[in-house]
Design a protein around this ligand. Structure first.
Ligand code: SF4
Length: 339
């Protein structure tokens, strides 16, 4: 179903609980039709918090005086071993946006290590040129996550004050470069709380439809991270309440029946347990959002990108899913080496 901007605005502003219920039922029906009760699990790994950008909403921004860390190859291996021991097979590797501190060679080395431990390696890194993406794909990465954050150009300029991330178009065009480089999966998203939700949602859906039409062979997914506190400090620019958040997931599911919808540990256990009934198909588990947080950093001195709301371990998540009659999926894809 296609929602135009006016539809989305009406739905988000309508306070009638019966509308929310109807949306939830339809989203749940579609999700069960296309995904059954399968829920995939992944874990994020932050390998560096160096960042040359100043995004006003992020704890890693270059005006924030926090200890900067970048894992060595040995530390990356140690972190990955720890994550792999928990049973996780899908990893999401994240960095701040510093082309100098996390150059292509470093990212490539990380992907090569990752290949030893995980069936799927996703990257959430600074936007690259097509040829650079291709190198990472050939090294063994198969998926890239890249959020536009907001599609409103003037708002984008207000919250992205320094660094390469100021370049709206370079970021907006990155998914096309990723697809041309050969990646099988691309995740798009918006950061909820920095601009008008209805406008951003409509623009995100338009962007995704454009990608589906241009690169139909790619598998797409969507994410809707809400701004979180960082060490207790609230950096939200506008509040997105739980009902609007749930409606957002339902609108995405009804608009795109077959795409994956991801949900991180930014959200509470209660909300995550509810969201997997409606439309979410991929969740993180046992997460740590500090560099070296799994095994190498002192827990007392960690500087997370955002505060985690759901700290359940991988075994706890597996138990919760099974108790609720979901089928936890640790591996649904494995790369046959292309070298
Ligand atoms: S959002 Fe990304 S680019 Fe912006 S400050 Fe945070 S880590 Fe850096």
């Amino acid at each position: 179903m296609h929602f135009d901007l006016a539809n989305i605005q009406d739905i988000l502003s309508n306070q009638d609980p019966r509308l929310t219920e109807r949306l939830a039922q339809e989203a749940a029906r579609i999700t069960r039709q296309y995904f059954g009760r399968a829920i995939s699990l992944y874990a994020p790994l932050y390998i560096s918090n160096y960042c040359s950008c100043f995004c006003t909403y992020c704890g890693f921004n270059n005006h924030n005086h926090i200890p900067r860390l970048k894992l060595t190859a040995d530390q990356i291996e140690q972190e990955m071993q720890k994550i792999a021991q928990s049973g996780i097979e899908n990893i999401l590797i994240l960095t701040g946006e510093s082309y100098q501190m996390t150059p292509l060679s470093y990212l490539k080395e990380t992907v090569l290590i990752s290949k030893k431990y995980f069936s799927s390696t996703a990257l959430e890194i600074h936007p690259l040129e097509e040829e650079e993406y291709r190198e990472l794909y050939l090294a063994g990465a198969d998926s890239v996550t890249l959020y536009q954050e907001t599609y409103n150009r003037s708002r984008y300029a207000e919250v992205h004050l320094a660094g390469k991330k100021k370049d709206y178009d370079f970021r907006y065009q990155a998914p096309e470069r990723i697809a041309r480089a050969g990646f099988r999966q691309i995740s798009l998203g918006i950061l909820l709380g920095i601009s008008d939700l209805a406008e951003d949602l409509f623009a995100l859906f338009s962007h995704l439809r454009h990608m589906e039409q241009t690169f139909p062979g790619v598998e797409y997914s969507l994410s809707f991270p809400r701004l979180r506190q960082i060490k207790g400090k609230d950096l939200s620019l506008s509040r997105i309440d739980d009902i609007s958040f749930i409606k957002t997931i339902c609108l995405a599911r009804i608009s795109f029946p077959r795409i994956g919808i991801n949900l991180s540990t930014r959200e509470s256990p209660t909300l995550r347990d509810h969201a997997i009934e409606l439309g979410v198909t991929r969740i993180s588990a046992g997460s740590n959002t500090s560099v070296g947080g799994y095994s190498t950093a002192d827990p007392e001195r960690q500087n997370p990108q955002f505060d985690i709301a759901d700290s359940r371990s991988v075994p706890e998540m597996l138990r919760m899913l099974k108790d609720r009659r979901f089928d936890p999926v640790l591996t649904d894809w494995r790369r046959i080496d292309n070298t």
